[in-house]
Design a protein around this ligand. Structure first.
Ligand SMILES: NC(=O)c1ccc[n+]([C@@H]2O[C@H](COP(=O)([O-])OP(=O)(O)OC[C@H]3O[C@@H](n4cnc5c(N)ncnc54)[C@H](O)[C@@H]3O)[C@@H](O)[C@H]2O)c1
Ligand SMILES: [Zn+2]
Ligand SMILES: [Zn+2]
Length: 404
């Protein structure tokens, strides 16, 4: 069997390459942790990929802001049809159409048993937590490919109840592998409930998913901030208020909307590549969003932080940030008794409920993030447009099965 996949080709570039068809064993390759080479995966399934999305998390690697090796096969947002099941798989069947959480989790360790699948202890020899196609995450091969191996399949995958219905709503359901649960986790972590006022920093797909989730949870007012006007317009298209952070700190613009320069709940959907505010918006200032959320979130409030922060950033502007040390005004958060919720989203906590909300027409996540299907071969153009800030979420369609 042949296979094609999107692979990292050095800073600013990806290419679509021939790659081995998966087997029930983790083979050596770019980014594969030596301690994971030869690992037997009879608990896994092989998927024919139906939809696999490009993510802001991929961009950190493709921009050269991580130690990702050239040749790494990318892709952690995977939806597909099961075409082979390993010897030890009991319940997943050939023909099932499933969503795959981007976190790889064993289902056997202490953290998995406590629902913390983002920090599984058994899948990455270097540190807790793993994902497909990601630097320092154990070396599990990415799913921006025609075919992909999914380990611990009985535990990891979410089966859609009906195949035809799944294909009809595929542009919504494909967001269950990452950004919808991630945005929802951001909103839950920020304490969003009925009547909340919410500020979401970042109008990329994760920010828009967090804003969608805040509406779903009953927020009174959802304000989204960015410096990209097209993305802010996308947020307004489904009932969000917006602030343009290139015009100054969000507090003043929030005051014009709410009458007070403060919100109940703050969500960081930007991460370490944050730009400064106002006249500093042209340059990167990695602690900007964290410091600003502490300023505008009410005393006693929570900060949901799905935005990614790293332990090493070769492209950082200063020596401290190269080690992941940021100039955070932590004393302000302490003074206001803030709670901080960080880390990889444990997708499995939320994906079934969010699937039901999609299937029952309670939410239109695909429309809100402007899901845009493109072919696998067009991935380089998709990456380039996303990097330029297109107000779209690109969905790769390796087998040409997604209705246009
Ligand atoms: N924790 C998780 O499990 C998880 C999962 C998926 C993605 N992520 C992370 O979430 C973040 C967002 O992902 P995305 O796909 O939406 O990325 P993205 O790069 O498309 O979006 C980020 C947006 O932030 C905007 N921005 C920059 N500085 C800003 C500022 N100071 N204030 C407001 N907006 C600002 C940018 O203009 C951009 O539109 C990334 O860091 C990604 O790695 C985390
Ligand atoms: Zn992602
Ligand atoms: Zn585990």
């Amino acid at each position: 069997m042949s296979n094609r996949a999107v692979s990292y080709a050095g800073p600013g570039s990806v290419e679509v390459v021939d790659t081995p068809y998966p087997e029930f064993e983790l083979k050596d390759g770019p980014g594969v942790n030596p301690a994971n080479v030869g690992r037997q995966v009879h608990h896994g399934v092989i998927l024919k990929t139906i939809a696999t999305n490009i993510c802001g998390s991929d961009q950190h690697m493709v921009r050269g802001r991580t130690t990702a090796p050239v040749g790494l096969v990318l892709g952690h947002e995977i939806t597909g049809e099961v075409v082979e099941v390993g010897r030890d798989v009991e319940f997943v069947k050939v023909g099932d159409v499933v969503s795959v959480p981007f976190n790889i989790a064993c289902g056997r360790c202490r953290n998995c048993k406590e629902g913390q699948t983002g920090i599984c202890l058994n899948v990455n020899p270097d540190r807790p937590g793993s994902a497909y196609g990601y630097v320092d995450m154990g070396g599990w091969v990415g799913g921006q490919a025609e075919y992909v191996l999914v380990p611990y399949a009985d535990w990891n995958v979410l089966k859609f109840p009906d195949r035809d219905q799944a294909m009809e709503k595929i542009l919504d359901l494909t967001m269950l592998s990452d950004i919808f649960p991630t945005g929802f986790h951001g909103a839950v972590g920020a304490g969003v409930t009925v009547g909340s006022t919410v500020y979401v920093a970042g109008a990329g797909p994760v920010g828009l998913a967090a804003a969608t989730s805040a509406h779903l949870l009953g927020a009174a007012v959802v304000i989204v901030g960015d410096l990209n006007e097209d993305r802010l317009a996308q947020a307004r298209s489904f009932g969000c208020e917006t602030v343009d952070v290139s015009k100054g700190d969000p507090a003043d613009q929030i005051e014009q909307i709410l009458g007070v320069p403060e919100v109940d709940c703050g969500i960081d959907a930007v991460g370490f590549e944050a730009r400064g505010h106002g006249k500093d918006a042209a340059t990167e200032a990695p602690a900007t969003v964290l410091n600003s959320l502490m300023e505008i979130t009410r005393a006693g409030g929570s900060l949901g932080i799905p935005g990614l922060y790293v332990t090493g950033d070769p492209g950082a502007a200063d020596e401290a940030a190269k080690q992941g040390s940021l100039s955070m005004r932590f004393g302000l958060g302490f003074a206001k008794s803030h709670t901080f919720v960080t880390g990889q989203c444990p997708v499995m906590k939320y994906h079934r409920g969010l699937m039901q909300a999609i299937l029952a027409d309670k939410v239109s996540i695909g429309k809100n993030v402007k899901a845009t299907p493109i072919s696998l071969e067009d991935a380089p153009q998709g990456y380039a447009a996303f990097d330029e800030g297109a107000a779209q979420k690109f969905v790769l369609d390796p087998h040409g099965v997604i209705p246009r």
